[in-house]
Ligand binder design. Structure first.
Ligand code: ADP
Length: 645
């Protein structure tokens, strides 16, 4: 039993295909994780890297407490089940299951003189597995005498007798017919509950993913789109791809615009004259620029949230006209296809085609019906990036503010700006990152509600008359309390132009790794003689200064790039303002000014043309040297854009 961590995992195939990009995830012990996505999205490659069947190009993979990048597949304590069963045709089911156990080495002792399991031990395991999987009566048969489902049970049996820490399953049910697939799905879930082992399961079938996974990783084109529980993926898809991939029939998507009118937001859908209004409270987390009536957005609604049931239509807050084209009878329900554009055909997938669900629909092709929209279930995405504009964790708060004589005012609150923020008097748009709003401080606020998203507690505050989202490190209470703003993170805009930028949180430096012959004197312990030996050592050039390369950086770079390409290739080093220290030697830089944020000060350093804000306690000026904390550096191979460390 073991958890896994994927840290910045990449796979670049020798032909240059980047199959997996920056995969990050922590899998808890005993989770049932499903990787899902269309063909070619990189899910099998990721699974095969866990199995050790593919090298990991960059990143670190841990199973339990062990980094397994360079551990042989047989030593990883995993078992894998494939789509094609991979059974030995000439062996009985019994022998197929027992095969791996016969080869397995166990510690030698009185009972295991030859370092192998005894016949009785093997027999006990095989019969137990057969029992669990309901194939006891087939143990004497050959695979060819069995059905696909039974064969897959045998390959599951072969995996479970190994008692692996992690079970890997690569599309195990794809070869089975629909009925058997449903049955086996349930059996695999049951097996997971029984074995209490971590499962990682790959499938292209979203129904399989939704019914089996405790959490699902949705992938596309080598990138993770969202990692979440089935329920959250369905209710809070982070982008249009996830929204469309999860759920049948596919979510309806329309193009349109949003316009805030007081406490409501009007949704206009292209091609339809429907008037849809939603309460502004649904869109508190949405960037205001989406609500100006111009920004193109994508509007998503599932078939079950569009209804022609007369009762629903009579009481609905939003109605839309649909010209019916055809129906699909599914027995317990009917899917009605149509178009919200009276000139549309309802057959071609378009920005106005609509699929809605009905229980008992007496509608005819060509008929124009009125449908009720369940506006509470509306999903909205950016028209270009397709990212949700109703984020569960908003990145920023957007507020109106004024600045006068160095005092920032919003929602009745007045905050003196620190010397680092120089701003002319006037009215501005104020951007406050959610992460910059913290509990404790001297700004009176009232916490109205809290919600836990991705393990973080999001608090909705009222500050004066303004709503403000903030993050709490632990559980948070509602009610009156004081908060603070991290002023180095705020930005002020006028007419979309930045007047005051947030302080950069990241320092970027360029450089490369090189090797050099180094001579060193060593003393022979026995003879006491000293001799000079030369050896190759690795160095990093960071921003023009040379540092001995820590082992983890040099070895990871060599393993990712190969011995030849690891040296000399352009690298980007990144760290936080707190990871560079002033020193007698190191990276040469010139202090241009001091950014004084009151509680904290930062030296604005010019490092070979790049500006870096470096945390400083004392006044510093002129030409100085900076020493990076090498253990805190992120190292990125710049040409391939692969994060190495
Ligand atoms: P999936 O399992 O999601 O269908 P894969 O992980 O098999 O996707 O493949 C991801 C990408 O990597 C695809 O573009 C595929 O063509 C490519 N790929 C897979 N295996 C190899 C290989 N051995 N050499 C080169 N490219 C490969």
């Amino acid at each position: 039993m073991a958890g896994l961590t994927f840290k910045h995992i990449y796979k670049v195939y020798p032909n240059g295909t980047k199959a997996v990009n920056d995969f990050n995830m922590t899998v808890a012990d005993k989770e049932f994780i499903v990787f899902v996505g269309p063909s070619g999205c990189g899910k099998s490659t990721t699974l095969r890297m866990v199995a050790g069947l593919e090298d990991i190009s960059a990143g670190e993979l841990t199973i339990g407490d062990l980094v397994v990048n360079d551990v042989e597949p047989k030593d990883r304590d995993i078992a894998m089940v494939f789509q094609n069963y991979a059974l030995y045709p000439h062996m009985t089911v019994y022998d197929n299951i027992a095969f791996g156990l016969k080869l397995r080495r166990v510690p030698r002792d009185a009972q295991h003189k030859n370092g192998r399991m005894t016949r009785d031990e093997i027999h006990a395991k095989v019969t137990e597995a057969a029992e669990i999987l309901g194939i006891t009566e087939y143990l004497g048969k050959k695979p060819k005498e069995m059905s696909g489902g039974q064969r897959q049970r045998v390959s599951l049996g072969r995996a479970i007798v190994r008692e692996p820490k992690v079970m890997l399953l690569d599309e195990p049910l794809s070869n089975l017919d629909a009925k058997l697939r449903t049955q086996m799905r349930a059996e695999i879930s049951k097996l997971h509950a029984k074995l209490n082992t971590t499962f990682i399961y790959v499938t292209h079938d979203q129904v399989e993913a939704m019914t089996m996974g405790t959490r699902i990783v949705v992938m596309k084109d080598g990138y993770v789109q969202q990692i979440d529980t089935p329920k959250n993926l369905y209710n809070y898809p982070g982008n249009k791809f996830v929204a469309g991939f999860i759920g049948t029939p596919q979510m309806n998507f329309f193009t349109g615009t949003l316009k805030k009118e007081g406490e409501t937001v009007a949704i206009r859908i292209d091609g339809s004259d429907a008037e849809i209004k939603v309460p502004y409270s649904m869109l508190y987390k949405t960037k205001p620029s989406y609500l100006n009536g111009d920004a193109p957005v994508c509007i998503g609604l599932r078939a079950e949230d569009i209804s022609i049931d007369p009762e629903k239509v009579a009481s609905a807050a939003a109605l839309i006209k649909v010209k019916v084209s055809h129906k699909e009878e599914l027995g317990n329900q009917t899917l009605i296809y149509g178009d919200i554009n009276m000139a549309g055909d309802g057959y071609t997938e378009s920005g106005t085609r609509v699929i809605l669900q009905a229980n008992d629909a007496e509608v005819q092709s060509g008929e124009i019906v009125t449908a009720a929209l369940n506006i509470e279930k509306i999903h909205l995405f950016d028209g270009q990036t397709e990212v949700s504009i109703m984020p569960r964790l908003p990145e920023y708060n957007y507020l109106d503010c004024t600045v006068k004589g160095g005092i920032l005012s919003f929602g009745g609150v007045q905050i003196p700006l620190p010397p680092a923020i120089e701003c002319a008097d006037g009215a501005f748009e104020l951007l406050i990152p959610t992460a910059a709003v913290k509990q404790g401080g001297n700004i009176p606020a009232e916490a109205l509600s809290t919600e836990v998203v991705d393990g973080k507690t999001l608090v909705s505050y009222m500050v004066g008359g303004q709503r403000l989202f903030g993050l709490s490190d632990g559980p948070a209470d509602c009610g009156k309390q004081n908060i603070s703003l991290d002023l180095k993170m705020i930005a002020l805009l006028k007419d979309g132009q930045t007047q005051v930028a947030a302080m950069p949180q990241k320092i970027c430096m360029e450089g490369f790794m090189f090797k050099q012959k180094v001579k060193a004197e060593t003393t022979d312990e026995k003879t006491g003689k000293t001799k000079t030996v030369s050896r190759i050592e690795f160095f990093l050039n960071i921003g023009g200064a040379v540092f001995a390369a820590p082992d983890n950086i040099s070895s990871k770079l060599i393993s990712a790039m190969g011995v030849k390409k690891a040296f000399g290739g352009k690298l980007r080093f990144e760290c936080s303002p707190y990871d560079l220290k002033f020193d007698q030697s190191g990276i040469p830089a010139a202090v241009e000014s001091i950014a004084d944020y009151g509680a904290e000060k930062f030296a604005v350093c010019n490092i070979g043309g790049n500006i870096a804000y470096v945390s400083c306690a004392d006044e510093v000026s002129g030409n100085i040297y900076l020493r990076p904390d090498l253990s805190a550096l992120a190292v990125i191979q710049a040409d391939l854009d692969i994060r190495i460390v």
